[in-house]
Write a protein that binds this ligand. Structure first.
Ligand code: PBG
Length: 324
C-alpha cells in the first residue's frame, strides 16, 4: 500500500489542522535604540527600517509598537559620554534609565527589557573593565550589577545581561535582591557566540571594540555542548529566562538548549541576519514577507519560545494580514 503524506496537505484547512509550529505576536520582542537629544529619528545605514530615537520620538514609536500588539521591547542606550568605566551605564540619569521611566509612565503594561552590558558605555567598546589589554571578569561584575539595579530602579521589568562574564547572573541576582528588586527578572544572554552577525549592531550602538575582539568571553561558534553548559550554569545561578544568540546559524544550539533545560527560551535574530534579508529584499531578490515568516517559524520550530527581532513590527503586521 502506498502511504500518502500528501493527504494532509490537500488544502489550507487541513494544513492548519496538522501544523506543528505556530507564531504569534506574544512571541515577539522588539529591540529599540535610544539616544540623547530631541526630535531625533535617524535611520541606521546598515539596518534599513531601524532608527536611533531620542526619548520624544521613541515614545511615538512605542505607541505604534503597542498598537500593533507587541508586548515587549528590548532597550539599548547610546550615551553621548563614554569613559573607561562605562559610568553612564549605571547613572540613574542615563539614557536607558530615562527611557525606561518614560515608557512606564506612558505604557505601564508594555514589558520593558533592558540590555545590560558595558560595551555601549565604555570608551574602548569592551564589555567589561580592561587592564593591560585583558577584559577583567570579577572586577566587571560589580559595574554590571550596578547597571542592572539602576535599570530596575527606573522600572525595567526584565534585565538582560549580554556581557558574558562568568558568574554574572549569580552576582546580579544577589545584588538585585539586596537592593529590593526581587521581582525584577533576569533574561540571560546565556549562549552568546563571538559572531560576525553583530556587525550592523555595532555600527548602531557605536560599540565596536577599539582593539582586540570579544573571543575571550563570547562563545566559539564551533561549540554546542558548551552552550548547554552555559545554560545550565545560568539556571543554577538564578536566571529566569535563557537566550541563544544569534539565531539562524545556531538553530541546532537552540534545539540542544531547549532539550536540556526547562526555562523559557529566547532566540535573538540579530542585526546581521536582519540586514541580509533587507538587502536582498531591496534588490528584489527575495519575497521579504515570505522569507521573514519562514525565518520566524524556523526559529520557533527549533525550540525558541520567544524571538527578539528587528522584524517584529513587520511580523505583527503580517500576522494581522493573515486574519483578513
Ligand atoms: C552587547 C550586545 C550586542 C548585541 C546585543 N547586545 C553586541 C555585541 O556583543 O557585540 C548584538 C545584537 C545584534 O547584533 O542585533 N551589548
Amino acid at each position: 500500500m502506498l502511504i500518502r503524506p500528501r493527504r494532509l496537505r490537500q488544502n489550507d484547512a487541513i494544513r492548519s489542522l496538522v501544523r506543528e509550529t505556530t507564531l504569534s505576536k506574544n512571541d515577539l520582542i522588539y529591540p529599540l535604540f535610544v539616544v540623547e537629544g530631541e526630535n531625533i529619528k535617524s535611520e541606521i545605514a546598515s539596518m534599513p527600517g531601524v532608527f536611533h530615537f531620542s526619548i520624544d520620538t521613541y515614545l511615538l514609536e512605542l505607541d505604534e509598537v503597542v498598537t500593533l500588539g507587541i508586548k515587549a521591547v528590548l532597550l539599548f542606550g547610546i550615551p553621548e559620554h563614554k569613559d573607561e568605566l562605562g559610568t553612564m551605564g549605571y547613572n540613574d540619569k542615563g539614557i536607558v534609565q530615562q527611557a525606561v521611566r518614560e515608557s512606564k509612565k506612558c505604557y505601564p503594561n508594555l514589558m520593558i527589557i533592558t540590555d545590560v552590558c558595558l560595551c555601549e558605555y565604555t570608551s574602548n567598546g569592551h564589555c567589561g573593565l580592561v587592564l593591560d589589554g585583558e577584559i577583567l571578569n570579577d572586577e566587571s561584575l560589580e559595574l554590571l550589577s550596578k547597571t542592572a539595579i539602576s535599570h530596575a530602579k527606573a522600572g525595567a521589568d526584565i534585565v538582560a545581561p549580554s556581557d558574558m562574564m562568568d558568574g554574572r547572573i549569580m552576582h546580579m541576582r544577589e545584588a538585585l535582591d539586596l537592593a529590593g528588586f526581587k521581582n525584577t527578572a533576569i533574561l540571560s544572554y546565556s549562549v552568546k557566540y563571538a559572531s560576525a552577525f553583530y556587525g550592523p549592531f555595532r555600527e548602531a550602538a557605536q560599540s565596536a571594540p577599539a582593539f582586540g575582539d570579544r573571543k575571550s568571553h563570547q562563545m566559539d561558534p564551533a561549540n554546542v555542548r558548551e552552550a548547554v553548559k552555559e545554560a545550565l550554569l545560568d539556571i543554577e545561578e538564578g536566571a529566569d529566562m535563557l537566550m541563544v544568540k544569534p539565531a539562524l546559524s545556531y538553530l541546532d544550539v537552540i534545539k540542544a538548549v531547549k532539550e536540556k533545560t526547562n526555562l523559557p527560551l529566547c532566540a535573538y535574530n540579530v542585526s546581521g541576519e536582519y540586514s541580509m534579508v533587507k538587502a536582498a529584499s531591496q534588490n528584489g531578490w527575495i519575497d521579504e514577507k515570505k522569507i521573514v515568516m519562514e525565518i520566524m517559524l524556523s526559529i520557533k520550530r527549533a525550540g525558541a519560545d520567544t524571538i527578539i527581532t528587528y522584524h517584529a513590527k513587520d511580523v505583527a503586521r503580517y500576522l494581522d494580514g493573515e486574519k483578513e
